[in-house]
Design a protein around this ligand. Sequence first.
Ligand code: NAD
Length: 359
Amino acid sequence: MTYRVAVLPGDGIGPEVMEEALKVLDAVSKQFGLEFEYREALVGGVAIDEKGHAFPDETKEVCDWSQAILFGAVGGPKWEDLPPEEQPERAALLPLRKRYELFANLRPAVVFPALISSSPLRGEIMGRGGFDILVVRELTGGIYFGQPKGIFLEGERRKGIDTLIYYDWEIERIARIAFEAAMKRRKRLTSVDKANVLTSMVLWRDVVKEVSRDYPDVEVNHFLVDNAAMQLIRDPLQFDVILAGNMFGDILSDEAAMLTGSIGMLPSASIGEEKGLYEPVHGSAPDIAGQGVANPLATILSAAMMLRYSFSQEEAASAIESAVVSVLGEGYRTGDLYRGEGIKVKTKEMGDLVAERIL
Ligand code: NAD
C-alpha cells in the first residue's frame, strides 16, 4: 500500500522545516517498510507570486488526490498589505479546512522531560516527567460560524450578534474523535463546556455523556470552561484529552501551548471524514527564514500525527516521537530551545539526528 501525501511547504521557514520532516519520513519508510508517494504544490505567498492565488487550482488537485496534507507555514511581510481576504493564511488555510470539512483540530501540548525548564510553570507543578495533553477542538461549527452574525442597526443603536449553535451530530462526531484518541492514550477525557449558562452547552454535555457509553474504558469528567482554564495552570498533570467546542478550544489550546514554553515544538492535525491536514502551530517566522536555524521538530511531530491519525501507523508514529525524546535527552537544541547548556544545532542537523534515531 502506498500512502499519498500532498506536500505544501509554503513560505518563510516552511520549506526548511518540511525538508527535515520528509527526511524523517524517509527513515520511517525504510525502517517500517511503508511507502509514501509525495506530490509537492505551491501554497501561500509563494503561490500568490507564481499563480496569483494563495490556494491555486493545481494545489487543490494535488490535495484532492492525497490522503493527507503536510503543510509548512504561510505568510510574511511581502504579502501583509494585501486585502485581508487575499492574505496567505486566510486565502489558503480557511479554504483548505472548508474544502475537506476538517472539523476536528488536534493540538498536543507536550512538555518533554528534557525541556521542563522551558515551561513558565514552576518545577513542582510540572512533576519530573513533564505533561502530555491533547486538546481536541471542534473547528467548523459553533459561535465562529453560527448565523445570524453581524452588526445591525436597531433604531439609533448598533447591535453586534454572534450565534452559538451546535447540532447533536456535530458534537457527536467531534466527541468520537476525542474518545478514540483517549483510547490510544491514557484513557481520560475532560469535556469542557459552559452548561451552567449556555443552552447549547447543555446539549454538548448531554451528547458527550451519550457518546461516552460506547467507551466504558475512558474515564470522563465535565469542566466548566472557566474552571478548565484555571486547572490547566494549577495542575496540568491531571489532563489527558481535553474536548472542547470551537471558541473554548481555541483559547484553551493556546493556553496549553504556552505552558510548554516552546512554539517550535508544537504540532497539530485538522481531521475530516476523509482527509487530514498536518502542520506545525508556528508561522513562517520571517525573522529567521533562510538562515537554516529554525526548529523542525513541530513539523516532524506533525508528520508523526499524520502516521497515527491518517494512516493508523501507531508504531511508526511512536518511533518518531521517541526519536525526538532521545535527541532532546542527549542535549541537542536548536536556537529557540538553547539556554546555554547542551549542543546547539541547526535545522538540518536536528533533522539528521532524529532520522538516525528512528528504530
Ligand atoms: P511565527 O510563529 O512565525 O513566529 C513567532 C516567533 O517564534 C518568531 O520570533 C519566530 O522566529 C519564532 N519561531 C516560530 N517558529 C519557529 C521555529 N520553528 N523555530 C524557531 N523559532 C521559531 O509568528 P508570527 O511572527 O506572528 O507570524 C509570522 C508570519 O507567519 C505572519 O505572516 C503570519 O501571518 C504567519 N503565520 C502563519 C501561520 C500558518 O501558516 N499556519 C500561523 C501563524 C502565523
